[in-house]
Ligand binder design. Structure first.
Ligand SMILES: [Zn+2]
Ligand SMILES: [Zn+2]
Length: 329
């Protein structure tokens, strides 16, 4: 089996001849078709994040098909096309017990605490391999995990009828997906990004670019940058909510005069809550309500994976990697 492995910051290559993962009780073995890259993966590649060990396998946004099942899993699942939910909450800690599994303190996160999905074969717990309905393409499916992040952020924003002006800061893939969800809800969405080509893509997908002085009742911060965080707060209207999705390596300067005088609410939005956010997201894609594949950018082959990682920070649209698929002997 082959995996794309990070050996040091900026150093990545295909490792061949690795043993196929063991499909334990309650698990399914998945042949991976495609993996999307996100800012978290790029943080490890750049060295801003440190993996638990090296070599390390990145990637947590993946679609594939089930090629084997462990004990306690129905053999009829073999052959299912699936999308993987790559965060496994423990179910026992305080946040899990209080219905906030996204905040689990013992969470297993693929590519962060456990090896990721940029491998030809991966074993995951059966309940985190979601069957894809007919008609959901690999292109759409590879975007379902970050779309679940976007849909959970919009859910937590509690959008109301009077929220007639919504701003998305950042036109990377996460910002584009938030804008796509809001577009599907029939909302007017303004996007800002200093990267002109990214902003052009956002406008092509139906967003507006910002007039300089408008204030917004809801602001989504997706860039993770210190400047993005500051501009999100400055752009919020009195009584506004700022939903923070992006994380970065620099703290955000918070002008507490703006916070207090405008009566702002800041909401941190951490991934999605298992299992309902993934279920809702898959249904929205299968129903043709949301079209996440519109945010895809360039696809790279598995062998060219290092180039995918080095070009992604400046790329327009989500960079993704296609695998050929393996056949079990
Ligand atoms: Zn991600
Ligand atoms: Zn937990």
């Amino acid at each position: 089996m082959r995996s794309l492995v990070l050996t040091a910051p900026g150093q990545m290559g295909v490792a061949d001849g690795l043993p196929a993962p063991v499909c334990g009780p309650g698990e399914v073995l998945i042949s991976i078709n495609a993996v999307g890259l996100c800012g978290t993966d790029l943080g490890y590649f750049s060295g801003y994040r440190t993996p638990p060990t090296t070599p390390w396998v990145l990637g947590h946004e993946a679609v594939g098909w089930i090629v084997a099942v462990g004990d306690d899993v129905a053999p009829s699942r073999i052959g299912e096309r699936v999308v993987i939910e790559p965060n496994y909450p423990c179910g026992d800690c305080d946040p899990c017990q209080k219905s906030s599994p996204a905040l689990c303190t013992e969470r297993v996160s693929l590519a962060l605490t456990s090896p990721g999905l940029l491998s030809e074969l991966v074993a995951v717990p059966s309940e985190f391999a979601w069957e894809l309905p007919e008609g959901v393409t690999d292109e759409a499916a590879v975007c379902i995990e970050p779309l679940a992040v976007a849909m959970a952020a919009v859910r937590r924003a509690d959008i109301r009828a009077e929220d007639d002006s919504i701003l998305v800061v950042g036109a990377g893939a996460q910002g584009l997906l938030v804008a796509e969800v809001l577009r599907a809800m029939g909302r007017r969405v303004v996007v800002v990004d200093p990267h002109e080509a990214r902003l052009r893509l956002a406008v092509t997908l139906g967003a507006e670019s910002a007039p300089a002085d408008e204030l917004f009742s809801v602001v989504f911060e997706t860039s993770g940058s210190a400047a993005g965080g500051t501009s999100a707060i400055e752009a919020a209207a009195p009584g506004g909510r700022i939903v923070v999705v992006g994380v970065g390596d620099q703290p955000v300067q918070l002008d507490n005069r703006i916070l207090v005088r405008r009566g702002l609410t800041i909401i941190g939005s951490m991934i999605y809550d298992h299992p309902h956010d993934f279920a809702t997201t898959i249904a929205a894609v299968a129903g043709g309500i949301v079209h996440p594949e519109r945010v895809l950018g360039r696809a790279f082959s598995f062998d060219n994976g290092a180039a995918a990682f080095s070009s992604a920070p400046e790329a327009v649209g989500k960079t993704w990697i296609k695998l050929v698929g393996v056949v079990l002997e």
